[in-house]
Design a protein. Structure first.
Length: 149
């Protein structure tokens, strides 16, 4: 993982913290899943994962601190292309709109452009959409078809 990838993933995880994003990780040769609980980018790029799918200690401990790279931390996100028509409408209602007159094939046409707002970004985070391209970069897992949210 490059430093740029690690910083991008940390920024994304910090933004998703309030929304209960599900996480995949590797720990002692086991694949685990859990819910993101805290992010510590200053402390060796560590995250706290709660509600782990399996105990990591004999006394049924189901949470812990894990390093981003060492434990292959990846959030489960939905690609933007999986957004339903209803979700698109809801999302666009939170965006600001700008109409522009442009020439197409020699004729003037009006196009509507949508610009993100704080509310629209919060909506994307709350609905676990990957607007940073993490899935394509191998930094997140595609949640399409999984019943985890």
């Amino acid at each position: 993982m490059t430093q740029e990838d690690k910083e991008l993933l940390l920024k994304d995880l910090c933004a998703r913290l309030p929304y209960g994003v599900r996480i995949s990780l590797e720990y002692e040769n086991k694949h685990l899943e859990g819910t993101l609980d805290a992010v510590y980018p200053i402390e060796d790029d560590r995250v706290i994962i709660d509600n782990l799918s399996e105990a990591i200690a004999y006394c049924n401990v189901r949470c812990g601190g894990f390093h981003i790279e060492e434990n292959n931390i990846k959030p489960y996100l939905f690609p933007l292309s999986s957004m339903t028509e209803e979700q698109k409408k809801e999302y666009h209602n939170l965006c600001s709109e700008e109409e522009r007159e442009e020439i197409e094939f020699g004729e003037w046409v009006t196009r509507v452009y949508y610009h993100n707002t704080i509310e629209s970004i919060d909506w994307l985070n709350a609905h676990h959409f990957d607007y940073r391209g993490l899935i394509e970069r191998g930094l997140a897992l595609d949640a399409t078809g999984l019943n985890i949210y």
